[in-house]
Ligand binder design. Structure first.
Ligand code: FES
Length: 189
């Protein structure tokens, strides 16, 4: 026992020498640690929502059902969200404000009861359906969601059809528009 204690203390006094193999192992482990930290960091960044709530590209919370315009009322302009909110007998729609022709901002014409683009005259129904003009398709839409107070999605725009979403008649339900999820309008006939 005394011999072992002596040899250990001798080693400590002389300093422990690291062999080339040990050094390579340490270097390899250090590189692996850096790599894993990088991957973790990148994964974390991807997991973060890219846009904040209430900024274009993110989700807009419109509030309870009572905040919706009455059925068949003129579309409501949401400048920050870049959409027109439409409430009709079939449900709620959020129409992207950019014309499907060359990207001008079209507007609602109350007298004619339709959307008209000032650039080349494309016209669209209140629900965004193409009427006439050079636009190649109906207006694009964003996904509308009806969400319970617990955050469960009760109804959502079908990304295939883009049809209006019927909102449950419940004062607790919150309506949201996700401007990060755009559905292209149907191509005109
Ligand atoms: S950009 Fe709207 S009709 Fe041309």
């Amino acid at each position: 026992m005394a011999d072992i204690a002596v040899s250990r203390s001798e080693k400590l006094e002389k300093g422990t020498k690291i062999t080339r193999r040990e050094w390579l192992n340490y270097a390899w482990l250090a590189s692996l640690g850096v790599l894993l930290a990088d991957i973790g960091g990148i994964g974390f960044l991807f997991a973060m929502p890219r846009f904040k709530e209430g900024e274009f590209g993110g989700v807009f919370t419109l509030g309870p059902v009572s905040n919706l315009p009455p059925e068949d009322a003129p579309p409501v302009n949401n400048p920050k969200g870049m959409f027109w909110l439409v409430n009709d007998e079939k449900g709620v729609l959020a129409l992207y404000k950019v014309c499907t022709h060359l990207g001008c901002l079209y507007g609602w014409n109350d007298q004619e009861g339709k959307f008209i683009c000032p650039c080349h005259g494309s016209q669209f129904e209140r629900d965004g359906t193409y009427i006439r003009g050079p636009a190649p398709r109906s207006l694009d839409r964003f996904v509308v969601q009806a969400v319970s107070p617990d955050g469960d999605v009760l109804a959502e725009t079908d990304p295939e059809t883009g049809e209006p979403v019927p909102i449950p008649d419940d004062p607790e339900v919150i309506v949201k528009v996700d401007t990060g999820r755009k559905i292209l309008g149907k191509r005109r006939a």
